[in-house]
Design a protein around this ligand. Sequence first.
Ligand code: ARG
Length: 462
Amino acid sequence: MTQTNSSWGGRFAEATDAFVAEFTASIGFDQRLYRHDIEGSVAHATMLAQCGVLTEDEKEAIIQGLQDVKADIESGKIEWSVALEDVHMNVESALTNKIGIVGKKLHTGRSRNDQIATDIRLYLREEIDHLCSELTRLQSALIKLADKEANTIMPGFTHLQTAQPVTFGHHLLAWNEMLQRDYERMIDCRKRVNILPLGAAALAGTTYPIDRTLTAKLLGFDRPTENSLDSVSDRDFAIEFTHASALVMMHLSRMSEELVLWASAQFDFIDLPDRFCTGSSIMPQKKNPDVPELVRGKTGRVYGHLMSLLTLMKSQPLAYNKDNQEDKEPIFDTIDTLAGSLRAFADMIPHIVAKRESMYGAAAKGFSTATDLADYLVKRGLPFRDAHEVVGESVAFGIQENKDLAELSLEQLQQFSTLIEADVFEVLTLEGSVAARDHFGGTAPAQVTAACQRARTIISKR
Ligand code: ARG
């Protein structure tokens, strides 16, 4: 007799081609799901016993067996087998080896199709919770630094050209807002992850008298899914997760870009701790901002995973298709990339040193208070367009004299408008400029301190 697969070989006349077995197996990567696979099986067996499909003794034997299999996996006693294809059949076979024939009853009323959909959701739920706590850790670090730097003045940029002075704390809180939205997106995505597909079986449901609400409750899911066909084929939640993750990485890459610029000798705004940087093997003077550079670079792979998953699901007919096995590696790598990047950032941010004098010096160059001069003239009755013109001429004069507006004398400024008086210097200073933007959402130090307080309150409620 030909040796065929022991789990489904009944109708086969020949064994699987050795390369095909290798090619179609997922155990190489889905072994990562073993804990969740066992957790799902324990709940399934518990529900089956409750519904009279398994006896109490059978249930007890299965649950004990599964706990032993878990211990064996964790102590390295189990060798994953490609012939057994995936984590589900590897675990089931280890169970049957342990407890004998009763182990074969575990798969009653379910299929690997609803089983894998359940495993991924259990796994992803746990990982989302971890990522959310890392997001919170990073946000608290940013808020703390923002509070400390609420009075630190730096140039604010548009088009990467000096625009208006801002406070460093305000800039850091802009990053916090990005992460706040990221956190909310993750929590929202979690709602659609936390629904139980188990019970859909292969695609049409099962003939056993199962209680899906009970299984959902046992596993901490909000409810069972509505439709069995959709249950085994839906991967929207994975796409949503990857989408939310792509946005996190996009934000981290923007922060990275600024950190890299700021750490350069040309900007000289910050010092990054040595332990987050590396040197050059040839240029002894170098201290490279590797962590932000690498995080910026890793953004690409997460965008790629989003595109992979969207394309994976495109045009798939209902219900389960083997294509879906390809969902795991993009999900896993997205999680790893995000967890690593968030951890590195959350560890690094508290140790960033702001070079306050250098930031101040940069803001004092580049005519960053030009808009303040225009506002000053408007408040004295000049229409804004005319004020813009006057300031433009003053700036041109400053460039010619190699002086910033605050460095010009009152007489020099008055050549451009007689509305200018001695009190103009109050608005031309950097301190005056930031303090004047004293409204909700503005850059004034008092507003930054208040915004830090609000941000802390939001985080403390998580
Ligand atoms: N390894 C499979 C996956 O990851 C499990 C489900 C297999 N189902 C099947 N009918 N072949 O999707």
